[in-house]
Design a protein around this ligand. Structure first.
Ligand SMILES: *[C@@H]1O[C@H](CO)[C@@H](O)[C@H](O)[C@H]1NC(C)=O
Ligand SMILES: *[C@@H]1O[C@H](CO)[C@@H](O)[C@H](O)[C@H]1NC(C)=O
Length: 304
């Protein structure tokens, strides 16, 4: 059951990550100390020099690469690379990234911080795409699945896609459990509460800042409170004996802290009283993503 939830959580998170359109990046700092990793070592990071100088292997059907939306930001990159990973599985090719310029470098380094295992799946070529690569355009329309199996009979060693974003969950749906394993290892997230036999954790990501501009649909208290109450009333029926706790994440901690009375700002020094039910995360966006993967039983992502 919990496993099913986690799958849901990751799907949701990935789906909506591109909607968040990357307000995530760079607003916070990495401040967390690492605790012993409870996740095994296949997630260990390679250094970028390992990647740049490793000798390409030659898988049977060659490589799949794509022109990446390299000037977009973190959430778009994650979605795009996860989709290319899924497409490469469909086509029995090794996923690859050609480092066209310094933006591609930043893309690789940014995603590696959050999903090191994902980058380990890719062959990184420290050069632009080969001129002899076969170019193909798929996924021309946003958010519409364009079945990549139509490219299955292409025999060129280098197949290079010229679409971008690949914003459909159908590109990677069959590979969810691997994709979950790509997220960086569990950290010490205390004093945020953990999902366990006593606690059911509902998480919400709230995008404000640039979305409170009259042009976008930022969420407000009028929406957030009933939405969370709706989720919790349904979950409470299935988790009768658990404490229902809520973790608020987003780009405007002051707003988050003022939605409910007695909200705990989850700082390392904060002492948590037993009765606390609402917590505001002070983690970096990539740690919020990792927290969601390991500890949110359900996630609501708001803002469009
Ligand atoms: C690829 O080749 C196989 C075998 O010849 C054929 O059955 C299949 O329809 C082809 N696929 C496409 C998309 O052309
Ligand atoms: C909150 O958002 C809803 C939905 O977008 C909107 O209808 C409502 O007017 C907003 N309320 C306030 C107080 O801004």
């Amino acid at each position: 059951m919990l496993h099913g939830k986690l799958v849901q959580v990751i799907v949701l998170l990935l789906l909506v990550l591109f909607l968040l359109n990357d307000q995530l990046e760079g607003r916070y700092q990495w401040g967390r100390r690492f605790r012993t990793n409870r996740i095994i070592s296949f997630l260990t990071e390679k250094t970028s020099s390992d990647i740049m100088h490793s000798t390409p292997k030659h898988p049977p059907k060659g490589y799949l690469s794509s022109k990446l939306a390299s000037s977009a930001r973190l959430a778009n990159h994650i979605f795009e690379l996860v989709s290319i990973y899924g497409i490469s599985k469909t086509l029995h090719r090794k996923p690859a990234i050609f480092i066209e310029d310094s933006n591609y470098h930043s893309l690789v380094n940014g995603v590696r911080k959050v999903m090191p295992g994902l980058l380990n799946e890719f062959q990184i070529f420290d050069r632009p795409v080969f001129p002899e690569a076969k170019n193909e355009l798929i996924s021309q329309k946003c958010c519409v699945f364009d079945n990549p199996s139509k490219l299955e009979n292409i025999t060129s060693k280098y197949l290079h896609l010229t679409g971008h974003f690949y914003q459909s969950w159908r590109y990677f749906d069959q590979h969810l459990s691997e994709i979950k394993s790509f997220v960086k290892p569990l950290l010490d997230f205390s004093p945020l509460p953990e999902s366990d036999e006593n606690n059911f954790i509902t998480c919400i990501h709230i995008r404000r800042t640039d979305f409170v501009d009259g042009q976008h649909h930022s969420s407000n208290v009028t929406f957030i409170k009933p939405a969370l109450e709706f989720i919790q009333s349904r979950e409470r029926e299935r988790n009768v004996r658990k404490n229902m706790l809520t973790v608020l994440m987003g780009d405007d901690p002051n707003f988050e802290a003022n939605i409910y009375e007695n909200t705990v700002i989850a700082d390392k020094r904060t002492e948590i009283k037993n009765a606390a039910e609402y917590f505001v995360s002070k983690n970096s966006p990539d740690n919020d993503l990792a927290f969601s993967r390991y500890h949110c039983d359900t996630v609501l992502i708001t803002g469009e």
